[in-house]
Design a protein around this ligand. Structure first.
Ligand SMILES: Cc1cc2nc3c(=O)[nH]c(=O)nc-3n(C[C@H](O)[C@H](O)[C@H](O)COP(=O)(O)OP(=O)(O)OC[C@H]3O[C@@H](n4cnc5c(N)ncnc54)[C@H](O)[C@@H]3O)c2cc1C
Ligand code: SF4
Length: 330
C-alpha cells in the first residue's frame, strides 16, 4: 500500500477545508471500503482525514420526517426505533448488506459512497475506465454476469453495490452536504449518483471536498406496506444480483402511490418509474404486479452474460410488491 499521511478532523468545517485543498486527500469514515481499495492499489490518496469521531451521528425527528447523521453506524441506523417504526424498508435493506461486523464499522455516508464491485475495477492489471479513464472497459466484452442491464454506456457497464441506497432511493431521501466556505446544499437522492455516460470515473454529483453531513427522509405512508428483496448467489456476504425496494400506499382496494427502486441493475439506484406509473389507481393483485414489472423490464438492455437478470428482475419486482402488500416489513 502506498504510504499516506493521517490526520483527525476537529469539526466538519476543518475536515472540508483540508480535503478541499488537495485532490490527493480523502475523508476516512469506517474505512471498510476505502482501506480495501487502498490495499489493492485502486485508490492511492496521499492524505486521509479521519471524520469518524465528528458529531454527525444523530438520528432524530426533523420537519415531519427524520434526519440521519452521515457518521451514524449502519448497525445503529438499522436498529434505531425511529427507523424501525417509520422506515422498516431501510432497516431491512441495511441488514441485507455485508456482515454484522462490517455494519458495526460502516457509516451511512461511507455506505452511499462505496465503489463498484466490478472485478476489473479491482484488478489493476486490467483496463478500466472507472479506475483509469481512457484505458477501456474490461467488462463490456468480458465476464459481465454481475453487470448492468439499464443505463450503461460503452465506457462502463458496472453496477452500484449499496443495499441501503436502494431503500433510500425508494424513500425519496435527500442528501445534505457541506462544502468549502461552509456552503450547504441538499441533493435529492435520485440525483446523487450518476449514470456512467462518458465519465464513469465520477460515481456521484458530489464535488471534491464536499462532506455528507446527513440524510433526510420525508414522512411517508409506506411503513406498513414495504419490503426489501435481495436476490444473491449465496445467503450472506454477497452483493445483489438484483434487489427491489418496494412501498405501497393504498386508498381502499386501489393503489394510491407506489415506490419501486432496483439494485444490481445499473450504475446508480434505479427507480422503476414505469412500474410505479402503471400501478397508480390499480388493484394490488398479481396480474397488475406482473404487468407493472413488465413495463419496466421491457426497457432492459442485457449484456452477453446477464440476460438472466431481465427475468429475475421481473420476478423480483412482483415478489417484492406481493410481500409489501402483505405487510412483509419487519
Ligand atoms: C466483505 C464486504 C461485504 C460487503 N457487503 C455489502 C453488501 O452486501 N451490501 C452493501 O450495501 N454493502 C456491502 N459492503 C460495503 C459496506 O457497506 C461499505 O464498505 C461501507 O458502508 C462503507 O462505509 P465506511 O464508513 O466504512 O466508508 P469508508 O470506507 O470510510 O469510505 C468510503 C468512501 O466514502 C467517503 N466518505 C465517507 N464518509 C463520507 C462523508 N460523510 N462525506 C463524504 N465522503 C465520505 C470516503 O472518502 C471514501 O471515498 C461490504 C463490504 C465488505 C468489506
Ligand atoms: S464496467 Fe466500469 S468498473 Fe468495470 S471494467 Fe468497465 S469501466 Fe471498469
Amino acid at each position: 500500500m502506498k504510504q499516506f499521511n493521517y490526520s483527525r478532523a476537529v469539526d466538519a468545517s476543518n475536515a472540508v477545508q483540508i480535503v478541499s485543498a488537495s485532490r490527493e486527500t480523502k475523508f476516512l469514515a469506517g474505512g471498510t471500503n476505502l482501506i480495501d481499495l487502498m490495499k489493492e492499489g485502486v485508490e492511492n490518496p496521499s492524505t486521509l482525514v479521519d471524520i469518524a469521531r465528528l458529531n454527525l451521528k444523530q438520528i432524530k425527528n426533523a420537519g415531519g420526517g427524520i434526519s440521519i447523521g452521515a457518521l451514524a453506524k449502519n448497525t445503529d441506523t438499522a436498529n434505531h426505533p425511529l427507523i424501525r417504526q417509520n422506515y422498516p424498508l431501510l432497516t431491512q435493506a441495511i441488514l441485507a448488506g455485508a456482515s454484522q461486523q462490517i455494519r458495526n464499522m460502516a457509516t451511512n455516508g461511507g455506505n452511499l459512497l462505496q465503489r463498484t464491485r466490478c472485478p476489473y475495477f479491482y484488478e489493476v492489471a486490467m483496463p478500466c475506465n472507472k479506475r483509469e479513464p481512457g484505458t477501456g472497459c474490461g467488462a463490456l466484452e468480458g465476464i459481465n454476469r454481475m453487470h448492468a442491464i439499464f443505463g450503461w454506456s460503452e465506457k462502463c457497464v458496472a453496477v452500484y453495490p449499496s443495499d441501503m441506497s436502494i431503500a433510500l432511493a425508494a424513500l425519496d431521501a435527500v442528501v445534505k452536504v457541506q462544502g468549502a466556505n461552509g456552503q450547504e446544499r441538499n441533493i435529492p437522492f435520485i440525483d446523487f449518483h450518476r449514470l456512467p455516460g462518458n465519465n464513469p470515473e465520477k460515481d456521484t454529483n458530489l464535488n471534491h471536498g464536499e462532506l455528507i453531513t446527513a440524510i433526510e427522509l420525508p414522512k411517508n405512508n409506506f411503513a406498513n406496506k414495504s419490503y426489501y428483496l435481495k436476490v444473491r448467489d449465496r445467503a450472506s456476504y454477497a452483493f445483489a444480483l438484483v434487489s427491489v425496494a418496494a412501498g405501497l400506499e393504498m386508498d381502499g382496494s386501489r393503489i394510491k402511490q407506489a415506490r419501486v427502486a432496483m439494485g444490481g441493475v445499473a450504475h446508480k439506484p434505479w427507480r422503476a418509474t414505469e412500474t410505479e406509473k402503471f400501478l397508480i389507481g390499480k388493484t394490488a393483485d398479481e396480474t397488475n404486479f406482473k404487468q407493472a414489472a413488465e413495463a419496466e423490464m421491457r426497457q432492459a438492455k442485457p449484456l452477453e452474460h446477464n440476460e438472466f437478470k431481465v427475468e429475475l428482475g421481473r420476478r423480483a419486482i412482483v415478489h417484492a410488491l406481493q410481500k409489501a402488500m402483505n405487510g412483509g416489513a419487519t
